[in-house]
Ligand binder design. Structure first.
Ligand code: WTA
Length: 655
């Protein structure tokens, strides 16, 4: 059970046709229908998206231009007025969905809550009024650092309702990482909780917020709103900190959705790139709403009777697009679970599916590999008959894990949608449409209609079938990121000029290596930059290196990914120490702890290797390729002639 290798996927020839009964009831029923949609969208993308925008969403005012494309800056539905909270809530209230479950939530201790559309609307309106009372205005940024509880979604929707820009920071990030993000986005207010439950322990969220804000380090933050969740004692700073329930009590539930410009900022979400600082990915309102709406509808083949469960955390893009905005815009029932499989309850995932009758289940390959390891007796002991569609996201899925998912969870009956996309793309880009596209284990198959995905070389020239190249997208799409917060130049350089534009034609560079087979199916191999994917979490090697060198004993650090059966990749750090510092196991542990403190537990190195020196080129660049081979225990192959000092390599090899 390892990551897909060129060999394993080149020999992958199994093809799974969608079951006839699934196709008959599906939104998109056949390969021909998919092909027609794809061709139509390709021939005239603007007309394609405009038609869907007009029929699928509510607009306060119609746009006058579908797309204004000043490469690499796109504006969709120019001058249209729209509010995504209105599309996710208000418009369902005048239909029978008013009393349909919008969110079904369960906490790790087993407490649960269901919010109908009417109830969710009420809570969102009240909380939006709380934000207004605290002086939050259209365009202001609000930090959200929360456990997986309904209030996380309520806070996001409340921001969207009044035009405030949310910036959710994953609750597993450390105080340091939180501070960096709050500072970069200049958050005016932070929404958090006393704590959250994670694997039978309390994550002390409020304490981390206090640390992040200590010494007035994010001076724009005037207020902190705290949800009572775990009920341990926490410090409350008078004037700054308020209990959510205190402020919400008695507040009016009347708060009309603010008509937003289609291109008004909806949220900023930080993600790792190949340079040091995480970048704030900016998404705007109208295009994002349409794109998440359509992808949810067609890819998850949503029916009004479905119970849909995505296991992501709202702190990641998957949680934004496919727990909150996409499902709610479609009027779906979205399940939210605070917990994760843990020693005291390894089968909780299957209990959730049985208990709530989940029909559509969307998770990550790393979770599937963990399920396999925990044993099929766990799912086999539950009734999973309600399932009709399965999905994966976040990393390449190895064919073995795909087959296990297909057999043990899907009972060879449920189609699997392997969905390739990124924080930057806003929504799913390459995926099977489950009633239409035959699947191959390990392939994300074909692009979504309207997505002109290609495999090219670094000049932007197409690469022949079955040859490796870079995954790129040719035409803007409504859900694409608009810019890097505060750094449009970085946006241009990172994504649109990595492959130099030719004759005014710009290609979006995804940072992934991939190939297309003779059927046009995409096989994504993984990142080609210094981003590693650990258990589906995206981390920049530079971030981890910066964390390591911020320790006083560390002189230099180089971080690489090493293939790992469970997590996909594992972090290996090569570290040189300052003079007079002695290497020890104790120091290794201290450095691991230090990284956890600087970034969060998701970035804890699996291995630290002390070295006398790091392999560098004559111009001083660390040769990561060599370190990757060393970490993986492979023979060093390829050219080493640019190495400045060959003895460094020998010493590293001797360990
Ligand atoms: C990887 C997560 C292969 C890829 C939605 C991408 C995948 C990065 C897949 C984005 C998939 C995501 N197959 N690789 N189905 N889905 N990836 O921004 O390397 O957290 O560039 O967005 O995850 O990670 P991000």
């Amino acid at each position: 059970m390892s990551q897909p290798t060129i060999e394993s996927i080149l020999h992958e020839e199994r093809l799974f046709q969608p079951a006839a009964d699934f196709s008959q009831q599906a939104q998109i029923k056949s390969l021909e229908q998919y092909q027609q949609l794809y061709d139509k969208a390709k021939a005239d993308p603007q007309a394609f998206w405009a038609e869907l925008a007009a029929t699928e969403l509510h607009w306060f005012q119609k746009w006058d231009t579908v797309l204004d494309w000043q490469p690499p800056f796109a504006k969709w539905f120019v001058n249209g007025k729209i509010n995504i909270s209105y599309n996710c809530l208000d418009r369902h209230l005048t239909t029978w969905r008013r009393n349909k479950a919008a969110l079904i939530w369960e906490g790790e201790p087993g407490d649960s809550r269901t919010l109908t559309y009417a109830q969710l609307h009420r809570e969102v309106c009240q909380f939006a009024n709380v934000l207004k009372q605290l002086g939050v205005k259209k365009g202001d940024r609000v930090g959200i650092y929360m456990p997986m509880i309904p209030e996380a979604a309520i806070a996001m929707l409340a921001c969207a309702r009044i035009g405030a820009v949310h910036s959710v920071v994953f609750g597993g990030f450390s105080a340091e990482a939180l501070r960096d993000r709050l500072m970069d986005v200049q958050a005016k207010l932070v929404v958090t909780a006393d704590g959250g439950w994670r694997k039978d322990a309390i994550v002390p969220l409020k304490e981390q917020v206090d640390k992040a804000l200590a010494n007035n380090s994010a001076p724009a933050v005037a207020n902190v709103l705290v949800v009572r969740r775990t009920e341990q004692t926490i410090a409350m700073e008078p004037g700054r900190d308020h209990w959510w329930h205190d402020l919400q009590a008695g507040v009016s539930a009347d708060c009309p959705a603010e008509p937003m410009d289609s291109e008004d900022m909806l949220f900023v979400l930080y993600t790792s790139g190949s340079t040091g600082k995480p970048k704030g990915v900016v998404h705007t309102t109208g295009g994002y709403n349409l794109y998440t709406h359509m992808t949810t509808k067609w890819i998850f083949d949503l029916k009004d009777t479905d119970v849909y469960w995505c296991t992501a955390d709202v702190g990641w893009i998957t949680g934004h697009s496919y727990i909150v905005y996409g499902p709610l815009s479609n009027g779906a029932t979205s399940v939210m679970y605070e917990g994760a499989p843990r020693a005291s309850n390894p089968g909780c995932t299957w209990d959730m599916i049985e208990k709530y009758g989940v029909n559509i289940f969307y998770t990550a390959p790393t979770a599937i590999r963990a399920f396999i390891k925990m044993g099929e007796h766990l799912p086999n002991a539950r009734n999973l008959d309600s399932l009709r569609l399965l999905g994966t996201v976040g990393e390449p899925i190895n064919p073995e894990a795909w087959m296990w998912y297909h057999r043990i969870i899907g009972k060879e009956r449920c189609p699997i949608v392997d969905t390739w996309w990124q924080t930057e793309t806003g929504g799913i880009m390459i995926t099977p449409l489950p009633g239409a596209v035959p699947t191959k284990p390990g392939s994300a198959t074909l692009p979504f209609p309207g997505i002109l995905a290609e495999i090219v070389d670094l000049e932007g020239d197409p690469v022949p079938p079955n040859e490796g190249g870079y995954l790129a997208v040719r035409h803007p799409w409504p859900g694409m990121m608009r810019t890097v917060y505060g750094d449009p130049d970085r946006f241009r350089r990172t994504y649109w000029e990595h492959i130099p534009p030719k004759d005014g034609a710009y290609l979006y560079f995804a940072g992934d290596g991939a190939r297309r087979d003779e059927d046009g199916y995409f096989w994504v191999m993984g990142r080609v930059d210094d981003v590693i994917n650990v258990a589906g979490h995206r981390l920049g090697t530079m971030e981890i290196e910066s964390a390591l060198v911020s320790h006083p004993f560390v002189a230099e650090a180089a971080v690489v990914g090493k293939p790992d059966d469970l997590k996909g990749e594992e972090i290996v750090a090569f570290v040189t120490l300052e003079n007079n510092i002695t290497a020890s196991d104790q120091l290794k542990n201290e450095l691991k702890k230090h990284v956890v403190q600087e970034i969060g537990a998701i970035a804890r190195p699996g291995e630290i290797k002390f070295a006398e020196a790091l392999p560098k080129t004559r111009s001083g660049k660390i040769m990561r390729r060599l370190l990757r081979s060393l970490a993986a225990g492979e023979e060093i192959s390829g050219d080493t002639s640019t190495l400045e000092d060959r003895s460094v390599l020998e010493k590293l090899r001797e360990g």
